[in-house]
Design a protein around this ligand. Structure first.
Ligand code: GDP
Ligand code: IMO
Ligand code: MG
Length: 423
């Protein structure tokens, strides 16, 4: 049996914290897509750590963590992260398994990402520059190098062949930067990676499922960044939605049970692209400050706005979301009037669907307003003690989305999560 946790917005919904919270109910936590573009923040014994490649179950002693075939892996980032985890008293290698089919991010993928973004000028995606797009292009272009390949004698030849191909592209971009230091650390990291638990991921996970083990699939990015269903071309290069779990781990759709969608109580986006409910005013600034909305991977300020229910309903549909966890509800504390976008007005017409090519449209968000609550909810541990005004906000969301909000996260800490009851 497999449950999924994924982001319903444009990423950074708090997936890391929620995966860490639910992990105790599972035997395996598996990443199925994305790579070091992800930054999942966890608090372990009050110490903060941001995970980019390692699944967020790593701090639980008896949980296996799998990096699935759908992921793109940067060996250098992985090692750096393993060192950070080790410093927090956990042996990261013990419970970490990597699929031999996982694609590897090469130094030249990072260079190509950068060169490509520069060439786009004002139309740049705002990529994290971690080499994600070029690495997935080499996967679908059938050129990529996979983790299993590093164990082969001809790995270096394979590397040089691809590197030469990349060099031609870099020359076309007139990319002049010296990446020899990146290559040096890459080869050092590859040597160490050889000693990790490299497995046939699809048999590994299916055998676990067959023996009754429970798997939690951890999404990266968010549904609106999905390469097919997001705000293309301002998206990432993988399928971030629940369908990606099947291809990213090698499991059948029948194995998937619950799909837990994570949304913030408001909305953020980092990088370029359409964001109908974005606020360019004091309220946007307030949300960024109160929510500490700065990218966990790149440190960039996140764009902030009101919650977008049109986008959330779309995410419920394409993912088959069965329950919702709302994070950062505490950030709305003390705001007099809250808003939720219930439809879009485009060329005078009101619609409740995500249109094709949002970036080319003037979208006016239509809002429903709610009275805010004027209390600090970050210490509340029982839903009955939550402000009534917040309960009506949640109740409206439940009705609109037709999927229940099951938990409210009211702070970054491990224990700051409240189960929604009697609503
Ligand atoms: P992820 O990529 O979805 O895992 O999310 P990030 O880690 O990039 O960003 C979420 C940020 O919000 C992190 O700094 C978390 O520590 C923080 N966070 C998560 N849940 C809550 C919450 O309920 N309240 C507050 N105040 N912060 C939260
Ligand atoms: P987590 O897992 C937020 C965004 C980038 C850029 C676009 C493409 O922490 O939620 P890429 O590097 O993938 O080519 O960038 O996607 N992006 C994210 N935004 N959270 C993430 O991951 C993201 N991963 C990529 O900012 O706009
Ligand atoms: Mg993040």
């Amino acid at each position: 049996m497999v449950d999924v946790i994924l982001g319903m917005q444009w990423g950074d919904e708090g997936k890391g914290k929620i995966v860490d919270f639910f992990a105790k109910n599972y035997d395996v936590v598996a990443r199925f897509q994305g790579g070091p573009n992800a930054g999942h923040t966890l608090y372990v014994n009050d110490a903060k750590i941001v995970l980019h490649q390692i699944p967020s179950g790593i701090f639980h002693e008896n949980i296996i963590n799998l990096i699935g075939n759908g992921v793109v892996l940067d060996p250098v980032t992985l090692l750096r992260e393993c060192n950070a985890v080790e410093k927090m008293g956990v042996d990261p290698k013990k419970n970490l398994y990597i699929s031999e089919r996982t694609q590897i991010i090469l130094p030249t993928h990072r260079a190509l990402d950068k060169a490509n973004e520069i060439s786009k000028g004002n139309e740049k995606i705002g990529s994290t520059l971690k080499g994600i797009g070029p690495a997935y292009m080499d996967k679908t272009g059938r050129n990529g190098i996979r983790v299993g390949d590093i164990l082969n004698k001809n790995f270096t030849t394979q590397y040089i062949k691809l590197r030469m191909k990349h060099q031609k592209l870099l020359d076309n971009f007139n990319f002049q930067e010296d990446i020899s230091a990146w290559e040096e650390e890459f080869f050092e990291a590859v040597e160490i990676l050889k000693n990790f638990n490299i497995v046939n991921g699809e048999y590994f996970i299916n055998n676990k499922i067959a023996s009754g083990k429970k798997v939690l699939a951890e999404g990266a990015q968010g549904s609106m960044l999905d390469v097919d269903f997001g705000t293309f071309p301002f998206v990432t290069s993988s399928n971030t939605i629940s369908a990606g779990v099947c291809t990213g781990l090698g499991i059948s759709p029948q194995k998937i049970k619950d799909v837990i969608g994570i949304t913030k109580a408001y909305c953020t986006r980092v990088g370029s692209g359409p964001f109908p409910t974005e606020l360019h005013d004091e309220m946007g600034e307030h949300l960024r400050k109160a929510g500490n909305e700065f990218g966990a991977t790149t440190g960039r300020p996140r764009r902030c706005g009101w919650i977008d229910l049109v986008a959330l309903k779309f995410a419920c549909m394409i993912n088959g979301v069965t329950e919702i966890v709302m994070t950062k509800a505490d950030i709305l504390d003390g705001i007099e009037s809250l808003k939720a976008c219930t439809s879009y007005k485009i060329e005078g017409k009101e619609i409740m669907e995500i249109p094709f090519q949002m970036q080319k449209m003037e979208i006016e968000p239509i809002y429903k307003s709610f009275e805010g609550w004027n209390s600090d909810i970050s210490e509340v541990s029982d839903f009955k003690d939550m402000p009534e005004k917040m309960k009506s906000y949640i109740s409206f969301l439940n009705q609109y989305l037709n999927v229940p909000v099951k938990y409210i996260s009211n702070g970054p800490g491990r224990e700051q999560i409240v189960m929604v009851e009697n609503i």
